[in-house]
Design a protein around this ligand. Structure first.
Ligand code: PMP
Length: 407
C-alpha cells in the first residue's frame, strides 16, 4: 500500500492537536508510538460487541473473542516469521518477556559460575533481571564494550564467549542511540559455544523486517505499544523445544492441565506461560496495528524514517553547540544529542513550549550514559507519520535554544 504522508497522518487522531498553541510535533516514538484509528475502533467494538472471557466459554461471545484473540497470535507469528503460533506468548511487554526468560529458563539452566553476556547498550530491563538471576545463582554477568560511536566491539564479544556462556541477551536496536546491532553475527557466534540468544526487539520490530527463523534467535521480546498497538501488551517468541523445557512463570488458571492438591500438571505452550485472564481487548486491538505496518511494508517505513534521520542530521549537525551522541553507521531513526552548556531537561522543556515532544534523561540506560560521561541526552525519535517539515521545526527550535549558550 502506498500512502502519502498526509494520508498516513490522517489515520492518527492524536496528531491533530495543538500544544502550547503550536501544532504538535510528536518525536517521542521510541518511548511509545501513537495509535491509528483502526486500533481505537477495534478496542471500542470489542468491548461493545464481543467482550467475554476466552478459551473456556461455551457461548457465542466467548467463542468470538477466543477466535479473534488466537487470530492475533497467528498474525504475530507471520509478522516475525515464527514456525508456529504456539511459539508466540502474550506478555505485558518487553520487560515481562525478559523477566519470564530469566525466571524460568534462567533459573533452570543457569547455575553457579555460568556466564550471561549483555552489552553496554542495554535498557535497564535487559540488565536488572540478569543481575537478579546472577545474584540468586552465583552466575556472572559479562558486558560487551562499545566504541565512541555507540557500536559494540565485536572482537571483544568474541573474547567474552566461552563454554561457560549460557545466554547472550542483547538489544537489537538501541533505544537511547539508535544503533542497530549485528545480531545475526552475534547469534551465530554465541551458538558456536552452545549459548542461547535472547533479542530485545523493543526498538527493532517497528523499523526492521524481522524473521526469527533466519536470525535463528532463541527468544525475542518486544512490546505492542512501540508498534502502534496498545500499552500493557508484549510478545515473547521462543523456540518450541526450549519453551517446552522451561518451567512455568506464573501459576494460576489457564496455565494448567489438571490441578489436584497432590499434583498439578501444566498446559502446553503457549498457555503454560499465560496464567490468568490475559489482556484480551488489547491483544485483539493489536491486529489492526500489525496490519497497518504490513500494509505499508517495513522497507518503505524504514526508507521514510531513514530519510527523516538523514535530513535531521543535515540540519542539526551544523548548529553550534549541537553534540550528537551515538553516530553508528547502522541506525534506526533515533537522534540523541546534547546542547553544550545546557541540561537535557531544560532543552526538552523549551522544545515542548514549541509543541515538540522529545524525551530527555537517561532513557533507562544509565550504564550507557556513564560510558559517555553524561547524565542524559535529548532524544528525538522519528516514526512513519513524521514529516520533513516537522524536522525543520525541530532544527529551528534547537538552533534558537543552542544560541542561548553558544553565541
Ligand atoms: N528494551 C528497550 C530497548 C526499550 O526501548 C524498552 C522501552 N523503552 C524496553 C526494553 C522496555 O519495554 P516495556 O517498557 O514496553 O516493557
Amino acid at each position: 500500500m502506498k500512502l502519502t504522508i498526509d494520508q498516513i497522518r490522517g489515520l492518527f487522531p492524536v496528531l491533530h492537536q495543538e500544544v502550547h498553541g503550536k501544532p504538535l510535533v510528536y518525536f517521542d516514538n521510541a518511548a511509545t508510538t501513537q495509535k491509528p484509528k483502526a486500533v481505537l475502533d477495534k478496542l471500542r467494538s470489542y468491548y461493545e460487541m464481543d467482550n467475554s472471557n476466552i478459551h473456556r466459554g461455551a457461548h457465542t461471545l466467548a467463542d468470538r473473542a477466543t477466535r479473534e484473540y488466537e487470530l492475533v497470535r497467528e498474525t504475530v507469528r507471520e509478522f516475525i516469521g515464527a514456525r508456529e503460533s504456539a511459539e508466540v506468548i502474550f506478555t505485558k511487554g518487553t520487560t515481562e518477556g525478559i523477566n519470564l526468560v530469566a525466571q524460568t529458563f534462567g533459573r533452570k539452566f543457569i547455575g553457579k559460575g555460568d556466564e550471561i553476556i549483555i552489552s553496554t547498550l542495554e535498557h535497564h530491563s535487559n540488565i536488572v533481571p540478569w543481575q537478579m538471576l546472577c545474584e540468586e545463582k552465583g552466575a556472572v554477568l559479562k558486558i560487551i564494550p562499545i566504541t565512541e560511536s555507540g557500536e559494540i566491539i565485536f572482537e571483544e564479544f568474541e573474547q567474552l564467549l566461552s563454554s561457560k556462556t549460557k545466554l547472550v541477551s542483547i538489544i537489537h536496536a538501541s533505544n537511547a542511540l539508535g544503533t542497530i546491532n549485528p545480531v545475526k553475527k552475534i547469534i551465530d557466534a554465541a551458538h558456536a559455544f552452545g549459548a542461547k540468544v535472547l533479542l530485545d526487539g523493543a526498538q527493532s520490530t517497528s523499523h526492521l523486517d524481522i524473521d526469527v527463523l533466519d536470525l535463528d534467535c532463541d527468544f525475542m521480546a518486544f512490546s505492542a505499544h512501540k508498534l502502534y498497538g496498545p500499552t500493557g501488551l508484549g510478545i515473547l517468541y521462543g523456540k518450541r523445544e526450549i519453551l517446552e523445557e522451561m518451567p512455568p512463570f506464573l501459576g494460576g488458571g489457564e496455565m494448567i492441565k489438571e490441578v489436584s492438591f497432590e499434583k498439578t500438571t501444566y498446559n502446553d505452550i503457549p498457555f503454560k506461560f499465560e496464567a490468568g485472564t490475559p489482556n484480551i481487548a488489547d491483544v485483539i486491538a493489536f491486529k489492526p496495528a500489525l496490519d497497518f505496518i504490513t500494509d505499508l511494508g517495513k522497507p518503505s517505513i524504514k526508507a521514510h524514517e531513514d530519510e527523516l534521520l538523514s535530513y535531521a542530521n543535515e540540519l542539526l549537525l551544523p548548529i553550534k553547540g549541537f553534540e550528537p551522541i551515538g553516530t553508528a553507521k547502522e541506525k534506526v531513526s533515533v537522534l540523541s544529542f546534547n546542547i553544550t552548556g545546557m541540561h537535557p531537561f531544560d532543552v526538552g522543556q523549551m522544545l515542548d513550549a514549541r509543541g515538540i515532544a522529545v524525551r530527555t534523561g537517561h532513557h533507562c540506560t544509565q550504564p550507557l550514559m556513564k560510558r559517555f560521561g553524561i547524565e542524559g541526552t535529548v532524544r528525538a525519535s522519528f516514526s512513519v507519520y513524521n514529516s520533513k517539515s516537522e524536522i525543520e521545526n525541530l532544527a529551528e527550535g534547537v538552533a534558537r535554544i543552542a544560541k542561548i549558550k553558544n553565541k
